[in-house]
Write a protein that binds this ligand. Sequence first.
Ligand code: AMP
Length: 218
Amino acid sequence: MNIILLGSPGAGKGTQATALEEATGMKHIASGDMFRTAVKEGTPLGKLAQSYLDNGELVPDDVVIGMVLERVTQPDCANGVIFDGFPRTPEQARALQEALQNHDDCISAVLLLHVPKEALIQRVIGRWTCRNCQAVYNTYYLAPHEAGICDECGGDLYQRSDDNLETINHRLEVYTAQTMPLVAHYQQQGILHEIDGQGDVNEVTARMVQAMTLANPC
Ligand code: AMP
């Protein structure tokens, strides 16, 4: 089974994908995380991607498609993949579908997380992540006990360079223009499931697990 998580920046895709990975044994693949790692390591891919990330623009389709499709051929993806942040354009969706079909595989379900805009902005501009264990905090409603330090492991907390008010507004526009068309695309295929992304994290996970019981077998 392969699942796509759709939703605007700050909708909770990363948090939910991590929870679903634990609940299902499927592999969580986050294109944004792959780019951030490449930027941190200073690889050629990271150098190419950095300005797109900093400006809230999408990295060109051919680069993203090549990176993600190469990643899913690795053995840890054999039990199915939870795609987080990919596909984000119709071209990426086409490429993914074609690659899966070539392996007699498919997308079983697309889970669309809904969160109102005011909440999205608060989630994004207040977000701090642990460099060591990736735990996520929020200065508005889930602050760490000591500012800048992870409660779980004592690691340093950092803010993503694109999690600021100016960039989030642009990322939301990019989402509306380039990624929203995928909603109709997957709706037509009958595999779209809309999920209320607000409320307790565990409750949202439970809604997603419930939607997955309706997923199409490949
Ligand atoms: P995310 O962590 O999913 O919010 O992604 C952070 C940034 O990485 C985006 O604003 C883009 O610059 C880049 N990115 C991640 N996934 C994609 C994708 N599927 N297509 C193009 N750019 C992407």
